[in-house]
Design a protein around this ligand. Structure first.
Ligand SMILES: Cc1ncc(COP(=O)(O)O)c(C=O)c1O
Length: 328
């Protein structure tokens, strides 16, 4: 029988990673959210601690469907751990390209899950480029953002929106998301758009991006009022152990994220490392929620948004990771 698998729509398994929606209590009062229901969509409970598990799981499922035996990514940490974790579960080999400067505890985890780690003498963007090149040369599955397989990531992250709608019974007024490449935000937008079109929600929320003040292409484009990604150079960004998931001179899903921000009358807010760390501490002390400082940018973004805008309904901040030791 002829194998027609390449013409089939990918069957991406998205079930089983439902994360909790936590109502903000004491911290809401401290931050001035009084009277407005604010929720945390807490992605820290995923198996390796971040929302990247959703995309990784979907890519691994796709690679298995395509009959491939090796999957590769370029990463600074979280995505690489997620890919190696799910690859091991599915019996695939994983090859993870990591910038040399990122020899941290997440690299140990990748190795523990059986990944082959290739250190790259360059930036995150260069690690992604080398990984994609290796995929083309060796016939490996390319799970990098900014490649045709991005659709799989968008689809995986769209489930975050579906879960929020089903739990609240409708879409909230606004949803804040930590933004680096913009893949997560673009995927969440897709989910809300679908829920609205299918009659499960009466509106599409305003999408609010929280990112680093030390360099992000989506923020730079937004600041200049450009709906197209503006060109940035590596010298314009300052990467630190705190802002590493958010800093990007090339945000690999910038076009899709900017489109989502424009379509939803969104906003973009930028924060210093000190603000990110402080908000993660506040979440820990007041809400007992362990969040990666970079991901606390979503709560900071909601606070900035509320200080400038009238809101009409609940607000949600997507917390994309749990606290781990930051090596300086
Ligand atoms: C924990 C965490 N939050 C947020 C982001 C940003 O997501 P995106 O690159 O899809 O914008 C990342 C990216 O690596 C991340 O690891």
């Amino acid at each position: 029988m002829e194998d027609d698998s390449s013409s089939k729509r990918p069957v991406v398994k998205l079930l089983g990673l439902q994360t909790p929606l936590l109502r903000l209590r004491s911290l809401g009062k401290v931050l001035g959210f009084d009277g407005i229901p604010v929720y945390l969509k807490y992605e820290g409970v995923n198996p390796t601690g971040t929302h990247k598990d959703r995309a990784a799981r979907a890519h691994v499922a796709r690679a298995v469907e395509l009959g491939m035996d090796t999957i590769t990514v370029g990463t600074c940490g979280n995505y690489g751990v997620a890919i190696s974790y799910f690859a091991r579960q599915a019996g695939l080999r994983s090859v993870v390209f990591v910038p040399k400067s990122y020899e941290n505890s997440r690299v140990e985890e990748m190795k523990r899950y059986g990944a082959r780690v290739v250190f790259v003498d360059g930036s995150y963007e260069e690690a992604v480029e080398l990984s994609s090149r290796a995929a083309r040369a060796n016939g490996w599955y390319d799970a990098n953002p900014g490649t045709p397989s991005d659709e799989v990531s968008f689809e995986a992250y769209s489930a975050i929106a579906g879960e929020i709608v089903s739990e609240l019974g409708d879409a909230p007024y606004a949803v804040a998301v930590p933004v680096g490449n913009g893949t997560t935000l673009a995927g969440i937008y897709l989910g809300f758009l679908r829920a609205y079109r299918e009659g499960e929600a009466t509106r599409i929320p305003r999408l609010i991006a929280g990112t680093t003040a030390l360099g992000n292409q989506i923020a730079a484009s937004w600041r200049r009022g450009s709906v197209e990604p503006v060109t940035m150079s590596w010298s314009k960004v300052k990467e630190t152990p705190v802002n590493e998931p958010l800093v990007a001179y090339k945000s690999l899903s910038a076009a899709e994220a900017l489109e989502a921000l424009v379509a939803t009358k969104g906003r973009v807010y930028e924060f210093s490392d000190e603000e990110l760390v402080e908000m993660a501490m506040l979440l820990r002390v007041f809400e007992r929620v362990s969040s990666l400082p970079a991901s606390a940018s979503s709560v900071l973004a909601l606070k900035s948004f509320l200080s400038l805008e009238e809101v009409d309904g609940p607000l949600v901040a997507v917390i994309t990771g749990r606290w781990r030791r930051i090596k300086h």
